[in-house]
Design a protein around this ligand. Structure first.
Ligand SMILES: Cc1ncc(COP(=O)(O)O)c(C=O)c1O
Length: 210
């Protein structure tokens, strides 16, 4: 397991740009970027010439000039962009009731039952959360409660969310070991294209990364 963070390859999420000058000379959406920076701040914005997306459909994303992009990356729309059944269910529910789970509701129970039916036996209780950050934060708390230990292993260049605890697990935000808690260990992500063990150059790639 490497002890030193690798800084010779691009961070997974790209760097935060804190000023307009940090973008390339040919940005197409300077005005929108400027407005975003003023009120959304210098949070991560992909690409030197950021893409202005306006809609999605299945595997496709479309920009403001109706140019289409095959989405090989997005981790938000897990059944494709704007799946009609999801849109219909969201729209229907938003028009009826949008509240927390501390009341009885048929849908909450039915959804948990359905998820549990798809899981291996023993994984049969669901806790619903709103974000990936909350899910990872809760997972860490459950693991710590069950094991009585505190340590965690994450991949280098990982992003797990933005709460105080989960930020500490996000090595992309803390590229040097000095900037990480002592209860955290890292593993090299199995990247056989750019990583230290590469297809065509090394054998037993799975074993080497493991
Ligand atoms: C791999 C991964 N984990 C966790 C998160 C955090 O999710 P959220 O933004 O919903 O808190 C993200 C968000 O991009 C993510 O990409």
């Amino acid at each position: 397991m490497p002890t030193e963070a690798r800084t010779d390859r691009p961070a997974l999420l790209g760097a935060a740009h804190l000023s307009l000058e940090e973008f390339g000379d040919n940005v197409r959406h300077r005005g929108l970027i400027e407005r975003r920076m003023r009120h959304v701040g210098g949070s991560v914005l992909f690409f030197d010439d950021p893409v202005h997306l306006v809609r999605g459909e299945g595997v496709w994303l479309f920009d403001d000039e109706d140019r289409r992009y095959l989405d090989c990356y997005n981790n938000v729309a897990s059944v494709g962009h704007c799946h009609p059944e999801v849109v219909e269910a969201l729209t229907d529910q938003a028009g009826r009731l949008n509240t927390h789970t501390r009341y009885l509701h048929e849908n909450v129970v039915a959804y948990a039952e359905k998820l549990a039916s798809l899981m291996p036996q023993g994984l049969d209780v669901c806790t619903f959360v709103c974000t990936g950050t909350e899910a990872n934060d809760l997972a860490l708390r459950i693991a710590r409660t069950v094991t009585g230990h505190t340590g965690a292993v994450v991949m280098e260049s990982s992003y797990h969310g933005n709460s105080t605890t989960v930020d500490a697990l996000s090595t992309v935000a803390h590229p040097t070991p000095d900037d990480r808690p002592d209860w955290l260990e890292t593993a090299e992500p199995p990247n056989t294209y750019r990583g230290p063990y590469r297809r065509g150059e090394h054998d037993r790639l799975g074993a080497r990364y493991a």
